[in-house]
Design a protein around this ligand. Structure first.
Ligand code: DGY
Length: 441
């Protein structure tokens, strides 16, 4: 163990404490001043190690924003703040007949809540099912929402309709969609670039596309059927579907403990179809890994990003597929560079001309994706590589602090003094604690 780890763990706890708002945790002061969906999930895992009551409160606060149809929004505006754009007025969730009175966004984020609940249960000392039983139905309803509203072909694969739903906001994959989108050139009052260097964030043109999609959703009153029929961004995303499948698996485990027979049966049906379609439709034999499917234009988007490896976490590939993928992308160097010159794991294919090691989801290392891939590698018994990714993760967090994302280039890291994006970033702190504790889910 690194000598400084106890101090670092104390610092990680201090980050969560500082970002705690008495009921939920903001991802980062200024840059993200509200409650975010998948952030809260990862943050709850961190809290579970420190203070289980806060983990429960974090999840209860997130569920306060759940719409009547089971949908869980990506931002919940419990509080007021003018440091973020787009705020509640732009999202205007009240336009949906399903919305609740708490203002929220009208788009979602990767559904992590199922496996977060299982992680919290596993971390708890008493293995008491009271809290799981309190929230199980709400999380189940969220899965029901996805499979009944976001899977128009009944394939077991759900779509996302906005890049912010992916979580990987500006991955170069979306450039393919923006290319054909004639979004208005809105004057936008961006706040993110007042907090962090604009060269680390999406471009203004990209933001115009992001807002254009929201404007369309408002015109359609966030109606899922209209979105499925008309939205120019309609993607089956490997990371998003992996999160749902992993959460299905956790809900099946927890549902069995609770004796929820009917729901478990339904979850098992969704799960079987989902895994089968995932391997059939999203695995690209030539690339030897998972890619994206553009439902609107009926085409694959054949790009490799860190999302391509997330399926390991949910046990989706066979052992043979997993071995090939890992051998090609990690052992033979595509993601580690020719002479191990890159830290694992860059968020986008380092060999691509679109790779940008500094700009948000176009190349930098993200702690939550590292955590997902680390757990995935362990699931397949690939301990050595799992250790490398763990070591790389700890290295950047211990050297630079709890930043939002990091440059993957080892040579450049020698001279850098900090990470990129927001500092004191909650999920970086929460997952640092968890990765050292080795929770099993
Ligand atoms: C942002 O504002 O960058 C967020 O990722 C959107 O959810």
């Amino acid at each position: 163990m690194d000598q400084n780890q106890p101090t670092k763990i104390a610092q990680a706890k201090a980050v969560l404490e500082k970002n705690w708002q008495g009921g939920f945790t903001i991802p980062c002061e200024g840059l993200y001043p509200f409650q975010w969906n998948w952030d809260s999930g990862f943050i709850a895992i961190g809290w579970a190690h420190i203070d289980m009551e806060r983990a429960k409160q974090e999840i209860r606060s997130l569920l306060m924003g759940q719409w009547k149809n089971g949908f869980i929004p990506h931002i919940l505006f419990h509080n007021e703040s003018d440091t973020y754009f787009p705020g509640p007025d732009v999202h205007a969730s009240h336009l949906s007949p399903h919305a609740v009175s708490l203002p929220t966004s009208g788009i979602t984020q990767p559904p992590v809540l199922g496996f977060v609940l299982e992680a919290c249960y596993n971390i708890s000392e008493d293995q008491e099912l009271g809290f799981v039983s309190e929230v199980f139905d709400s999380v189940y309803n969220n899965h029901h929402y996805f499979y009944t509203n976001r899977d128009p072909k009944g394939e077991g694969l759900v779509y996302i309709c906005h890049n912010w739903e992916a979580g990987t906001d500006n991955t170069p994959v979306w450039d393919e969609i923006w290319k054909n989108l004639d979004s208005p050139e809105y004057e936008l009052n961006r706040r993110d670039t007042q907090h962090v260097d604009a060269s680390n964030r999406p471009s203004n043109r990209e933001y115009q596309h992001y807002i254009h999609l929201i404007e369309l959703f408002k015109e359609w009153k966030y109606n899922d059927a209209l979105i499925a029929e008309q939205c120019p961004f309609l993607i089956q995303d490997p990371l998003f579907n992996t999160m749902l499948i992993k959460s299905n698996e956790s809900l099946i485990n927890l549902g069995n403990l609770l004796g929820k027979k009917k729901q478990v049966e339904q979850l098992e049906k969704w799960q079987m179809l989902a895994k089968e379609s995932f391997n059939q439709k999203l695995f690209n034999e030539e690339l030897g890994t998972y890619v994206y499917y553009d439902l609107r234009n009926e085409r694959h988007l054949n790009y490799v990003s860190s999302s391509s490896f997330a399926p390991l976490f949910a046990g989706i590939p066979t052992l043979e597929m997993a071995k090939k993928m890992v051998d090609w992308y990690f052992e033979k160097g595509t993601f580690s560079g020719n002479k191990d010159e890159l830290l694992l794991c860059a968020s986008f294919d380092p060999k691509s001309s679109h790779f940008d090691p500094k700009r948000y989801w176009r190349g930098p290392v993200w702690i939550n994706l590292n955590w997902i891939i680390y757990r995935g590698l362990l699931r397949y018994g690939m301990e050595e590589l799992a250790e490398t990714i763990k070591k790389d993760t700890l290295h950047v967090l211990e050297k630079f602090g709890f930043y939002e994302y990091f440059d993957p280039r080892k040579e450049v890291l020698k001279t850098l003094e900090k990470g990129y994006g927001g500092n004191n970033f909650s999920w970086s702190a929460a997952l640092y604690i968890d990765i050292l504790k080795n929770t099993t889910i």
